[in-house]
Design a protein around this ligand. Sequence first.
Ligand SMILES: [Zn+2]
Length: 423
Amino acid sequence: MKHRLLGLLAIALIAPNADAQLKALKFRAVVDAPGHVIPNGVILVDGDKISAVVATNYRLPDNAQIIDLTRYTAIPGMIDVHTHMSYYWDSTSGTDPWRQPQRTPAQTVELARANLRRTLETGVTTVRDLGASNYMDIALRDSVNKAGWIGPRMFVAGYGLSRARPPYRPNTDTTQTQRGRVFAIAQIPDAVKQQVDAGADYIKMYGSTGTGADVTGNETFTFDEMKAAVDAAKSFGKRIAIHSYGPDGGRDAVRAGATSLEHAIDLDDSTLARMAHDGIFYVPTIDHNRYYAQYREAYHYTAQQAAGLDSFRLLNIETARRAYKAGVRLGMGSDAVHIMFGQNTRELGWFAQIGMSPSEVLATATTNGAAILGMEKSLGRIAPGYYADIVAVEGDPLADVRAVIDRVRWVMKGGAVVVDKTR
Ligand SMILES: [Zn+2]
């Protein structure tokens, strides 16, 4: 008896909304992949996967639950390839987000559920989370996957690898890497292995300075060190994102064979050509500096710091424009922290500004995101066998990208309705 009750409880926890019943989602149009439209399309969803995409005159199975979304256009669930879901801040607390009172990791994980929800509301159903302390990202991912928490599917990195810098605190053991901090090149494979052993899906390396209002971009790991990290990641079958605000770290990250380069400005032409040739993705995260400047009072940044953020953002836009022209594939990464969740897709507005067509903009958040994760066969499109990650937007996303950024009305993730603003 006790066992049976526990079994029922487990089922209820694992599947909050998804039921086994076949669902037929009827749309005004289905953008099944960037640039391709099925007018009056119907998406059949079986469990957590899409079983078919058909025209409206198709005879629907009798047992299907019909969901009428004919006022909307369907796009694939979007992928934000640069988040920090565990960075939580209560904006009513009167504290500075970077200087909050101590909390336990368990408390923070619980509070960060709000970040998960706000992200889903933007139509983002998958994230690559690039750096967390105390493996809170792994706790969040597993709570979504195994305990039925409402949130995007998460691919996480654990601790990002960073260069330890003297002066060290007394009694610091510099003979071993810990919490992603590396004292010597020989420790890099260990630092990577620690993240993999903890359950990381992806590896992150901080290849330069630069965070928050600091936009300095001085290289912190050499080419050889970046190469050691790339090789170690590959030896575990993992991909690696390298952070660099500046061009030197960017060039070396590309030469070392990173999967994606995050943030970097002023990349030289040969680096861009190499990225295009080698298929290395550029994730410029332009919008996060707009965010820091806009919320500078919350962060207690000075007017001068805000001006620095603005200048960096302009260089970032220019570098993204040159990368796009050089044929580099871009990914949509918000670098969302704290109260930026809910604004995850504003990056797409900058991509429209550099001259991308709406379907190219949509690709950065769908097919390119899936390629960055190595999930091209199951994410980023609306097609049979893919996860039923589907977003209903008002308007035509291939005519006006604002439909995607501002007018998300309904979201399904893995066959479960997680956002519904249709009424
Ligand atoms: Zn970041």
